[in-house]
Design a protein around this ligand. Structure first.
Ligand code: ATP
Ligand code: LTN
Length: 333
C-alpha cells in the first residue's frame, strides 16, 4: 500500500510495433486502473533481448513504447513509467529467484515453447528463464495486482508460486500478486487467422492493426479481415472471425456483446467491418495525434525517464535488500 492505494505493476516488451491487441487487451485497461492504484508501468527491455534485436531499433522502439504509454493516457506524474534496464534490481532479484524456481516449472511454460519454436536458431537461457525475470519485476514493487492479457496467466501463476515458496522459507518478504484480466479485449485475434492471437511479431501485416497505422490502412485491414460463409452476424465458436470483430467493437466502444448483436441484427458482414474499423479509428486517432506531439517534446520525455527511474529504483532497492538479507547475504557497510 502507498498512500492507502494498492500497488499495480505491468509491462510490455519493446519488440515490434504495438497492436490493437496490446491496446485493447492491456494498455486501455492500464489507463482505467491508473486512477485506482499506485502504478508502475515498465518498458521491459531486459525481456526484449531474449530474442535477437537490432540495438538502434530496440532503443527507438523502447522510446516509442514509453511515449505511447503516455499518449494512451497514462499521466507520467502519477504513474511510474520507466525502462526496466534503468533499475538494476530487476536482474539482481531475478538471479535470487532463479535459485527458487524448478526447471520442471519452466519446462511447462507455453510461451517458452512457442518462442523456442519460432526462434529455433536462438533458444537461449534468457528465453527459458524469462518468467523468473517477470516474477522479479512484479515482486520487486510488492505489486498487489498485475493487469495482463489472458496469454500471460501462466506467468502470473509461476510468480505466485515462487513468491509463496520464498515466503514460506523466509517470512513475508513478497506480496502475492493477483492477476487482473480486463473483460473486454482479453484476447484479440488475428484478422487473417482468427484462431491465432493478434501479435506484434506476426509476419503478415494484414493480420494486425498497429497503433500507428493510418486510418485508411486500418479501414482496409478490417475490410480484408477473414470471416466465414455463414452470412449471419452471431457470437459463437463456429464463427471466430465474426466473434473477433464483435469483441473488437465492444472493447473499442465499451458496449456489451448483446448491444452489439442488436445493433448489427440483419446486417451484412461489410457493414460490420466498416463499423468496427470506424470504432477503432475513433479511439486511435487522438492517441496518434498525442504521440506525434509528445515525440517532439524531447526534454520533457527525458525528464520523465530520469525522474521515474529514480522513483522505481528507490522502491526496488527496499525489496531487493530484504530478499538479499533473507537468503543470507552480508549487509553492506
Ligand atoms: P510478441 O508478438 O512480441 O510476443 P505480443 O503482441 O504478444 O508480442 P506482448 O508484449 O507479449 O505482446 O504483450 C503485451 C501485453 O499485451 C500483455 O499484457 C499481453 O497479454 C497483451 N496482449 C498481447 N497480445 C494480445 C491480444 N491479441 N489480445 C489481448 N491482449 C494481448
Ligand atoms: N511477459 C510479458 C511482459 C512482462 C510483464 C512483466 C507483464 C514482463 N514483465 C511484469 C506484467 C508484469 C509479456 O510478454 N506481455
Amino acid at each position: 500500500m502507498i498512500d492507502g492505494k494498492k500497488i499495480l505493476f505491468s509491462g510490455m516488451q519493446a519488440t515490434g510495433t504495438l497492436t490493437l491487441g496490446n491496446y485493447l487487451g492491456a494498455l486501455k485497461n492500464w489507463v482505467t486502473l491508473s486512477n485506482e492504484y499506485e502504478c508502475y508501468y515498465s518498458v521491459v527491455d531486459l525481456h526484449s533481448i531474449t530474442v535477437r534485436q537490432d540495438p538502434e531499433e530496440l532503443r527507438t522502439r523502447a522510446r516509442n513504447l514509453l511515449t505511447l504509454y503516455i499518449a494512451a493516457g497514462l499521466d507520467p506524474e502519477k504513474n511510474c513509467i520507466y525502462y526496466q534496464s534503468h533499475v538494476s534490481g530487476h536482474a539482481e532479484l531475478a538471479w535470487i529467484l532463479e535459485c527458487f524456481t524448478y526447471v520442471g516449472e519452466l519446462n511447462r511454460m507455453t510461451q517458452f515453447k512457442d518462442k523456442a519454436r519460432k526462434h529455433a536458431d536462438n533458444i537461449n537461457a534468457g528465453l527459458y528463464t524469462y518468467p523468473v525475470l517477470m516474477a522479479a519485476d512484479i515482486l520487486l514493487y510488492q505489486a498487489d495486482v498485475v493487469p495482463v492479457g489472458s496469454d500471460q496467466m501462466q506467468h502470473l501463476e509461476i510468480t505466485r508460486d515462487i513468491a509463496g515458496r520464498f515466503n514460506s522459507l523466509y517470512g513475508d518478504i513478497f506480496t502475492i500478486p493477483e492477476p487482473y484480466i480486463g473483460k473486454a479485449g482479453a484476447r484479440i485475434m488475428s484478422l487473417q487467422d482468427p484462431e491465432k492471437k493478434m501479435s506484434k511479431s506476426d509476419e503478415n501485416p494484414n493480420a494486425s492493426v498497429y497503433l500507428l497505422d493510418e486510418p485508411s490502412v486500418i479501414m482496409k485491414k478490417f475490410k480484408r479481415a477473414v470471416t466465414d460463409s455463414e452470412g449471419c452476424i452471431a457470437y459463437r465458436d463456429e464463427q471466430p472471425g465474426i466473434r473477433n470483430l464483435i469483441d473488437i467493437y465492444c472493447a473499442a466502444t465499451d458496449k456489451t456483446v448483446d448491444e452489439a448483436l442488436k445493433e448489427f441484427e440483419g446486417q451484412g458482414y461489410g457493414t460490420l467491418k466498416t463499423a468496427v474499423g470506424e470504432s477503432v479509428v475513433a479511439i486511435l486517432e487522438p492517441l496518434q495525434k498525442r504521440f506525434k506531439e509528445l515525440s517532439e517534446e524531447k526534454t520533457y520525455i527525458d525528464s520523465i525517464i530520469k525522474k521515474n527511474a529514480e522513483k522505481a529504483e528507490a522502491t526496488a532497492q527496499k525489496t531487493l535488500k530484504a530478499a538479499q538479507e533473507a537468503v543470507g547475504f552480508p549487509a553492506r557497510m
